[in-house]
Design a binder for this molecule. Structure first.
Ligand code: PEP
Ligand code: MG
Length: 583
């Protein structure tokens, strides 16, 4: 056009510049030229991908058209996921066979497998890409989940095991997919009248919850310089700290690379799994008395200490909050007869003993059962071992010049006495260990607030607790009385019929759960003025919930490593929105 109709071209170019300057937005223009005259037909804001939106916003700042603040407000934090994970190629026409809850964003393609062992075998031995499809996952599936490209479960909600672990790993995950029935043993699953057998190709979209037949083309993510620039502006604007929920040195490294200022939740349960550890953990659970339990725990100590050393070293003195063991113990024991026989042989006991222990650990409602701080109170040896591993690791690193303040967090406290008893055990281990190492280490002992009662009596708990972290997964579960693992059964109906405005496990229910959070913060700080307060439930990575955390005066949010950039931007936007409201 420039060559053929240079005059019209120049005019169009000038008009484009004028319109862009006037609207301060990229324009989608329609025009025509007839007999030497240019006619402008339409101008509207151009649609854009996340990557383009970030590039436009930073370019406009450089050109002086908008301020950094305006640029920050222009990007939808939810769009940032597109920059961090593979996405479905927009030109693809996939065949969607089912839809579940979008538990962890991004897209994945792979061959279907139905158990964790197969997932590991196929990826390690044959370098194949797999999708792990299960009724639901449990901590035993961790290695298979890590090996898979994506995870699909028929059951579960936004904070069920698969969802939380998937998000932590930055792995595409769809849960609560009621439309499928999984026959793990037989090696197939059904979606309507379509049957998908082991090794057939499947594509998942964790951003929309769609399950697609075959291999759908993906677009790979790219971290651009404009994105880094935008996040730097966000960091200079936000008040909230952003930490990560990380359980392994790999997660910790990803978290640091994405700009996390520490670890806000280190779930230690994964330190009880693994080939060498699980038999020892099982011995500990099957122990008949405290002495036998202690003997097993002593064997676990070196493993856990090394894990602590590894993560503390990666975090190089940044704060790390370690949560003591939380899940019910039955999760560590085998359920099938075959597995029970194998384990009995492996650790040299009668299979009957395993059966009896499995039966005795059976609970009608394990989420409200023998878990959280209740474990370490009834079996103090567990808390002792974990505390010793933490203090020994921190003392040894401190000798090597890595200074840090371990933050030990007690889960599921509801009564101040629960906190008191657990803290006494930790303080006693600290006294012994620090004097043995002749080290003057500072440490904090705090609590999760995830039982409604804890928020109500936060003023009493804060007499001894040195920090609070709101565990909004359990707090939501217990405030609504919705099981976080079974909400998938009725949530779609609730959303479709406007009974709930959103999934409360994904977006914080500010009215109800939020009220408890405000009460908890206000009462906690009435006792301890500078009480450090954060959030480590999945809401810590969700933009509207982050805005609430900012407004309610929290110090930091903690979320899965891949959501750290989202949280950095959302925390900056919270400041800007608050400023605009005050004007
Ligand atoms: C929570 O309950 O919010 C939490 C972070 O703990 P978990 O998800 O491990 O129960
Ligand atoms: Mg919890």
């Amino acid at each position: 056009m420039k060559k053929e109709f240079p005059k019209i071209y120049d005019k169009l170019f000038r008009i484009c510049q004028q319109l862009e300057k006037y609207f301060k937005e990229v324009q989608d223009l329609e025009f025509t030229a007839e007999e030497g005259t240019l006619y402008m037909l339409q101008a509207r804001t151009g649609k854009r991908t996340a990557r383009a939106a970030v590039a436009f916003a930073t370019d406009f700042v450089k050109e002086g058209l908008i301020s950094k603040e305006q640029a920050l407000l222009r990007i939808d934090p939810a769009q940032i996921d597109q920059l961090l994970h593979p996405t479905i190629d927009p030109s693809a026409k996939p065949k969607v066979i089912a839809k579940g809850l979008p538990a962890s964003p991004g897209a994945a393609v792979g061959k279907v497998v139905f158990n964790a062992r197969r997932a590991v075998e196929l990826t390690e031995e044959n370098s194949q890409q797999v999708i792990l499809v299960r009724e639901e996952t449990s901590p035993e599936d961790i290695e298979g989940m890590a090996a898979a490209q994506g995870i699909l479960t028929a059951r579960g909600g936004m904070t069920s095991h698969a969802a939380v672990v998937g998000r932590g790993m930055g792995k595409c995950c769809v849960v609560g997919c009621n439309e499928i029935t999984v026959q793990e043993e037989e090696g197939f699953f059904k979606a309507g009248d379509v049957t998908i057998k082991e090794l057939e190709l499947l594509t998942l979209n964790g951003t929309t919850g769609e399950v697609m037949l075959g291999e759908v083309p993906l677009v790979q993510p790219q971290l651009t310089d404009s994105f880094k620039q935008l996040l730097e502006w966000a960091d200079n604007t936000r008040r909230l700290g952003v930490r990560a929920n990380a359980d392994t040195p790999k997660d910790a490294r990803v978290a640091r690379d994405f700009g996390a200022g520490g670890i806000g939740l280190w779930r230690t349960e994964h330190m009880f799994f693994g080939e060498e550890r699980l038999p020892v953990v099982r011995r500990m659970i099957l122990a008949k008395d405290s002495a036998a339990r202690k003997a097993a725990l002593e064997k676990l100590l070196p493993f856990q200490k090394q894990d602590f050393i590894d993560i503390f070293a990666v975090m190089k003195g940044l704060p790390v909050t370690v949560r003591l063991l939380d899940p019910p113990l039955h999760e560590f024991l085998p359920n099938t007869e075959e597995e029970q026989k194998r384990i009995a042989e492996q650790i040299g006991i009668e299979v009957q003993q395993i059966r009896e222990t499995v039966n005795s650990l059976h609970e009608i409602n394990p989420m409200l059962g023998h878990r959280g701080c209740r474990l370490g109170i009834t079996y103090p040896e567990i808390n002792e071992m974990q505390a010793q591993a933490i203090f020994e690791a921190a003392c040894e690193l401190s000798r090597d010049g890595v200074k840090m303040v371990p933050e030990i967090m007690i889960p599921l406290v509801g009564h101040p006495n629960e906190f008191r008893v657990a803290k006494q055990t930790i303080d006693e281990v600290a006294r012994r260990t620090l004097s043995r190492y002749k080290t003057n280490l500072t440490y904090l002992v705090g609590t999760m607030i995830e039982v409604p009662r804890a928020a109500i009596v936060a003023d009493i708990i804060a007499q001894e607790a040195e920090f609070f972290s709101f565990g909004t997964n359990d707090l939501t579960q217990m405030t609504f009385g919705f099981s976080r693992d079974d909400i998938g059964k009725f949530l779609p109906h609730y959303l479709k019929n406007d009974i709930l405005p959103a999934d409360p496990f994904a977006k914080l229910d500010q009215e109800g759960v939020g009220a408890l959070i405000r009460i908890g913060i206000q009462r906690g700080r009435a006792t301890r003025k500078h009480l450090k307060v954060g959030i480590c439930g999945e809401h810590g990575g969700e933009p509207s919930s982050i805005d609430f955390c900012h407004r309610s005066g929290m110090d930091y949010v903690s979320c899965s490593p891949y959501r750290v950039p989202v949280a950095r931007l959302a925390a900056a936007q919270a400041v800007l929105r608050e400023k605009a409201q005050k004007k």
